[in-house]
Design a protein around this ligand. Sequence first.
Ligand code: NAD
Length: 499
Amino acid sequence: MTRPDGLPGQIPHFIGGKQVPSISGATFDNLDPLTNQAYCTVAAGEAADVSAAVAAARSAFADGPWAGLLPRARARILHAIADAIESRDEHIAQLEAWDTGLPITQARGQARRAAENFRFFADLVVGLHEDAFRVGDSQLNYVVRQPKGVAGLITPWNTPFMLETWKLAPSLASGCTVVLKPAEWTPLSASLLPEIMAEAGVPDGVFNIVQGIGEDAGAALVAHPDVPLISFTGETTTGRIIMRSAADHLKSLSMELGGKSPCVVFADADLERALDGAVFGVFSLNGERCTAGSRILVERSIYDEFVARLAERAQRVTVGPPSDPATQIGALVHREHYERVLAYVAIGQAEGARLVAGGRRPQHLTEGNFLGATVFADVEPEMRIFQEEIFGPVVCVTPFTDEAEAVALANDTKYGLAAYVWTGDLKRGHRVARAIQSGMAWLNSHNVRDLRTPFGGIKASGLGHEGGHHSIDFYTDQRVIHVAVGDPGTPRFGVSTAS
Ligand code: NAD
């Protein structure tokens, strides 16, 4: 893959409107997933850098205009951010594909969605109303929303730019100031945000980035007493650590965690469309997708045919360099992650699942973190590959006999993020979608997002929802003011003379 133009040699922090190195001078290497060679160094943030960023954000919150701007004024700036993203979307996509290994066509989609995140929340805050309640003629009670303060945003390496903006847009729209801690494996696209924010007119200190390792920079952000809320997307195990640390300060938390989502295919489904949805649902974004339909449950009467067609489609999924527009699966993000995914392929084979496609590096790709689209059939619910999130282009297929068994299998996991149901019987579709324990379900559809809806998981997949006004609810405090407009009838204690 040719190096994209404009690759930085070093990626600094961005604090109080300035690009700065770590106070200690520490850095770490950033690797590209095609050669696993270091191509730049990144400032390795520690507690002192986090403190500097939080201080800048706190002073911008307390002293600057941002928190008090009318929604329209903030919305104008958010639209300007979206304009600035759109004006360089090809560059963002190139850098994203280079840093993450995502196919360029899909990285372009992510850049467009990043701009849409800002437009959506800009429009939302302008139209937002606050509640008011009348109690007869005596009282009027009204709600005021206020931004909570400095928001700590911690994001993962899959679709990094899109997920960073998914948190930045609502937090900034709400009037918070922010400190963003991007994932250490994918710091590159976030390094474009300072110039984007400056071009859009975001005041210094409102937006800050501390790059660094999760256990250092991320943990320091979670532990900082002046950060009252943390929005985190990442692994369930990391989420647990964050919740423990945040408990000391009773922080507001939004936790978007892992998944092992079922894709249930009934015999009466439009099988061609179900196949399209199933293949795209697990192999797009390199399978590094929290909502991937990574367990396909298929009604027994069509099981053999479906497995054969799925295997055939998987074998034809094009694996190649991220920069090639024909590529459908690129390179996995990091050698460590690649080895973890390969270990799961070995585990699946050792557990006795039937490998019907992929499972190894395609022959034409001699180096880099490449894996062919991998399908395991006859996967039993006790197997680790059925239960654990693999987060790569690997799917399990399991047969079921009836609706009750389909639901039981779908729910036989600690996770509860997404679910996909394919059937020609809409009544059954609704019934099954409700019975599966997941934060989100799609019926006869792949994962098409509607930004107004609550996004998030249940069970081990998350806590709290963002999306639409749910995001604004998270980034603001809602306080109520009760006003006597008549006589609310106060009991007169201490007035009557006691005998
Ligand atoms: P991760 O938990 O390893 O890291 C996520 C972020 O947390 C990174 O920025 C990391 O540096 C930071 N971090 C790590 N340890 C920390 C600590 N002790 N304190 C504070 N911060 C810390 O996750 P990942 O491997 O980057 O991402 C993949 C995971 O994210 C998968 O499980 C995937 O399902 C999940 N994910 C969930 C959603 C969702 O919306 N539910 C979306 C995307 C990804």
